[in-house]
Design a protein around this ligand. Sequence first.
Ligand code: GTP
Ligand code: MG
Length: 337
Amino acid sequence: MLDLLVGGMYGDEGKGKIASYMSLNGKPRYALRTGSVNAGHTIVHEGKKLGLRIVPAAFINKSTKILMPPGCLIRLDVLYKEMDETGIKDRLGIDANAAVITQTEVDEERQNAFLSKEVGSTVQGVGAAESKRILRKLKLAKDYEELKDYICNVPLLVTEAMEKGEYAIAEGSQGHLLSVYHGHYPYVTSRNTSSSGILGEIGISPKHVGEIVMVFKAFTTRVGGGPLEGELSEKEAESLGYVEFGTVTGRRRRAAPLDLGLAKEICRINGTTQIAITKLDYIFKESHKKRRYEELSADARRWIENVEDKTGVKVAFVGTGEDVFDIIDLREERARA
Ligand code: GTP
Ligand code: MG
């Protein structure tokens, strides 16, 4: 069974934290991450903070093998740096068709004023590389001699694992509203970030999917241009404590309250079976670091129940702090009840 983790809105919902919790808890055989270096995941575990742009957050479980799917795009310097930081050298596989971004694509994007100024792209070369891949001009992992020890067939490995009844986790990157198909074009990223896109990038049949977990932050943020429903002024965002800066670009994120009408629509398109809420402690300060549902205030519980009512989807995880284990696992609490 393959669980998918999908970003609900514009990315930076805290998928990194949910994925690392799910991997320590669920012990997947494989972890995969789609997308590329333009999105970052942050993990806080045992007092250490780690920002990752290629390696999936689920690496944190040492018994989990890391696979880079054919649809992902890697940059070699970032890959080597993260391999060092995470120590995954002996449990890493890269699909022969995974594509590689070079400095040429980064430079091309930096010179593209439409992308850098109007769209507000992170200009990491991802869009330029993706266009070359579509034009069949980009080099793939199999073209690099230095990667030869890691090359494997990811769709085959994952499908075989599924047929044996094993468990795997796929982490999407960015969020549904940045999808090139489903977002506010042209203020979108260069890939399909929704659940169907994740499956396409990996090359696995939908029949192997277990849960489709949609990650929503308790408030919405976005970087770059384009519409943001219910956007707050910087002052309003400050007074509510919704202030964040991007992990890849350092830019201040625009902020808005969570729009549950929109969340419902997004859940439907993605076939969401479970919701993860992160940063509940930003809205209900007293929920900070709580690990059981019953420890939440009545207001906080009502807020969660309202999310379930409005979207028609059960909440499975609630984040209450930075650490991997600052989480309420409602999957487990319900299973025990
Ligand atoms: P994705 O792009 O969705 O993977 O999210 P991200 O991990 O990139 O998000 P970001 O870079 O904004 O970093 C999230 C930060 O928030 C990390 O330091 C997490 O430890 C932290 N975080 C995640 N969930 C919670 C939560 O529920 N409460 C608090 N206080 N912090 C959280
Ligand atoms: Mg991020």
